[in-house]
Design a protein around this ligand. Structure first.
Ligand code: BDP
Length: 720
């Protein structure tokens, strides 16, 4: 009796919970694949277009597509359609390749030219019934099409009369995890590494599958599992078995596994005395290692290498070039179809050349000297993932080398996980910039789309994923993972359209709310630039962890580690002269671009202090002095954050409590940090310029010493 009463009490509570909408309580785990009920307006229409699933073929990938359709339709429509071997009623969804389905083959769809990964989604008639066909040349293409189909429903696009034909513009769309073997994530702000090396390979956590689903949903098809500052132990047999277990989970989702390789591995774990790439024993060691890896992982992608950079070993230790090093590894991978991705992020410990010039100086002479299974991976800007940089000059200077662009999804220099900064706008800004390599119109996007005869094209993003429940440490940072995938698929895509799709899937469809959130996102990165490093400043962050301001730092052992190296502020003025009268970094760009950046008359304000040193009293095109404009920018940054807070507060009625509360708190942190950045930066620069603040702008509440004394030694994500 008691038990019964207890049970019915429990049932009542459960019912009440569901009824009261607590079912809507969300913690971000579902990402943009929330599949919430579509609501009355859409329910009947979508239900009529999803009455029956007709898969073609039985591969693990097609099975994954079926289970995603089931999951999505159950969530959005409340029911799972039955599965059938052929279309037997109106509203069927038929998905597969022409090779696996005579019906699909007979539809004669425009699949030519779509490659492996492209797809067609179309309303058709089959056996006299209305149906939607999702077809591709490979099962992975079909899976991408299925995700796009579900995304159309999530973003409330009509399914009747659908006609989509799409294919990725880049071949490799990769995440780079900077994950260590002890699960610490370098520059990670979302908990520990997802890879639980300790329990692999036996325990393949379900979360690995969810990771693969999320990536496949946005077309990501490669993942480098470990930090570029690579521990050679990952190449030991014990770890390779664990890597293989992850590769097995990811395979159905079209995701290939890659590893960061430590160039010194033959010495560190191979018992050799040298890692010289021209030494036959070293070559044999890498060949045997590659053979061993491919026995375990037949579709292994290849190696990512950080060599002779920030203390990592490399071919230059043996007086060999980057090309000689890369080509040696490439030869080991070549028989298996693997590739080498060689990073161009280098600056020397001895070289006194402007750091912004060093990668070009090192790599430009090597153009055309790399094997045809090597790509060079170039960061978006010439320094290091700053809130704003001009595009990297190598993008306009390597006509014979396939280039991969590397961006940092994790916000090492843009406020970690607690600052809202949508990076789609930042990446689109770089992608849309014209390098003028082959005359007007050679944008960075087009350079990336050109495999230089090798067929290798790609984009890499340093992952912001960890084992936090919401994956990325904040809801809004999920948008950066999503936007990366979308832009890697189509580097000419629109950052705003991407933000809009993500917002609808992540927060809901209410049009006012969507407009408000997209508006916040679209100005968020500029706000960070304004309160941290306006007008072309860069690398003003505190030492090591890069959290908070440190524009005064001048005592680190290497000149280019110090913020003063970048701001060059003194009593007279501020900025780094990279024009012809200075370091002449502009000469690394095509003449048209060099002229644009090199002259004070034409340099965009946003890049002014990157390329020029100007007096505090310099007259900007607006008529303001540089000093006044600088202060304006800091204050604008803070004001934008305050505006975002007000907008967000108005959205409370539309958003579930946990996610709303977390972002509210994070925006408070962001506002506080923005003020800190503004005040500390102004206090420092004012100690040099000795100028009063323009009317209407408040003095920093404390003196410079106060800001210099602020330390945050336990900031997360530090390099070890
Ligand atoms: C820097 C990071 C450092 C990375 C390095 C890299 O601070 O942790 O190892 O980039 O890209 O921005 O290799």
């Amino acid at each position: 009796m008691r038990v019964e009463r207890f049970m019915s009490g429990l049932a009542l509570i459960l019912l009440a919970l569901v009824g009261a909408g607590v079912a809507h309580a969300e913690d971000g785990y579902a990402l943009w694949l929330r599949y919430r009920p579509v609501g009355q307006t859409w329910d009947a229409r979508y239900t009529a277009a999803a009455t029956q699933l007709v898969p073609a073929g039985g591969s693990a990938t097609i099975t994954a597509a079926t289970s995603e359709l089931n999951r999505g339709l159950r969530g959005m429509l409340g029911a799972v359609p039955g599965q059938a071997a052929s279309v037997s009623r109106d509203g069927a969804i038929l998905y597969g390749t022409p090779a696996n389905s005579r019906v699909i083959a007979a539809l004669d769809l425009p699949l030519k030219g779509l490659g492996n990964d492209g797809f067609v989604i179309r309303s058709v008639r089959v056996n006299g019934h209305r149906a939607t066909v999702i077809a591709a040349n490979s099962d992975v293409g079909v899976l991408y099409g299925v995700f796009r189909f579900l995304e159309r429903m999530e973003t409330r696009e009509p399914l009747a009369g659908v006609d989509v034909r799409d294919a990725p513009k880049l071949k490799l769309r990769m995440l780079n995890h900077w994950d260590n073997l002890d699960r610490h994530v370098e520059r990670g702000y979302a908990g520990l590494s997802l890879w639980d090396w300790f329990t692999l390979p036996e325990w393949k956590a379900p979360r690995y599958t969810d990771y693969a689903r999320a990536n496949a949903s946005i077309g990501i098809n490669g993942t480098v599992l470990n930090n570029v500052n690579a521990n050679p132990d990952i190449l030991r047999p014990r770890f390779l078995k664990k890597v293989a277990a992850l590769a097995d989970v990811f395979r159905p989702y079209g995701i290939h596994v890659y590893l960061s390789a430590n160039f010194g591995a033959p010495v560190a774990i191979g018992g050799l005395k040298t890692a010289d790439p021209l030494d036959p024993k070293v070559q044999a060691w890498w060949k045997a290692k590659a053979d061993e890896i491919y026995r375990l992982i037949p579709d292994f992608g290849g190696f990512l290498v950080k060599a002779n950079s920030e203390g990592q070993p490399g071919p230059q230790d043996y007086h060999r070039t980057h090309a000689q090093g890369a080509n040696m590894l490439a030869a080991a991978l070549k028989p298996h179809g693997g590739i080498v991705i060689w990073r161009a992020f280098v600056y020397s410990a001895q070289n006194s050349e402007d750091r912004a010039k060093q990668a070009y100086s090192e790599f430009k002479p090597l153009d055309g000297k790399f094997a045809d299974n090597v790509m060079v991976q170039v960061k978006n800007g010439p320094i290091d993932f700053q809130p704003r940089e001009p595009f990297h000059p190598l993008f306009g200077a390597m006509p014979h080398t396939p280039l991969m662009m590397e961006v940092e999804i994790t916000k090492e220099y843009l406020g970690f996980n607690t600052h809202l900064a949508y990076l789609g706008t930042m990446w689109a800004e770089v992608l849309d910039t014209d390098t003028w390599q082959h005359g007007q119109g050679t944008t960075v996007a087009r350079v990336l789309e050109d495999g230089k005869g090798t067929g290798l094209t790609g984009m890499a993003g340093v992952s912001n994923i960890g084992n936090d429940r919401d994956w990325t440490g904040s809801e809004f940072d999920q948008a950066n993972w999503y936007a990366f995938g979308r832009l890697a698929w189509n580097p000419q895509g629109s950052a705003e359209a991407i933000a809009r799709d993500w917002t609808k899937m992540t927060w809901g469809e209410n049009p006012q709310m969507v407009d408000a959130i997209v508006g916040m996102m679209m100005e968020s990165r500029e706000a960070v630039v304004n309160y941290m490093t306006p007008l072309g400043l860069a690398h003003q962050m505190a030492t090591g962890h890069h959290h908070g301001p440190g524009p005064w730092v001048h005592n680190l052992s290497r000149p280019e580690w110090n913020p003063v190296y970048y701001n060059r502020a003194d009593a007279n003025g501020i900025g780094f002269d990279r024009s012809a009268t200075g370091s002449d970094a502009i000469a690394q760009y095509a003449p048209h671009v060099a002229a644009l950046f090199g002259s004070l008359n034409t340099v965009p304000d946003k890049d002014l202090l990157w390329f020029h040193h100007v007096p505090w009293t310099y007259r900007m095109r607006s008529g303001q002095t540089l000093w006044d404009s600088l202060i304006d920018h800091y204050d604008k940054g803070v004001a934008t954050v305050a505006q975002m807070q007000r907008t967000w507060a108005l959205l409370k009625p539309y958003i579930d409590k946990q996610r709303f509360d977390e972002e509210t708190a994070f925006m408070e942190i962001q506002h506080h940090d923005a003020l800190w950045w503004r005040n500390a930066s102004i206090a420092y620069f004012q100690s040099l310029s000795k100028l009063p603040l323009p009317a209407g702008h408040a003095e920093p509440p404390h003196d410079l010493r106060y800001y210099e004394a602020i330390k945050t030694p336990y900031a997360p994500g530090q390099a070890e």
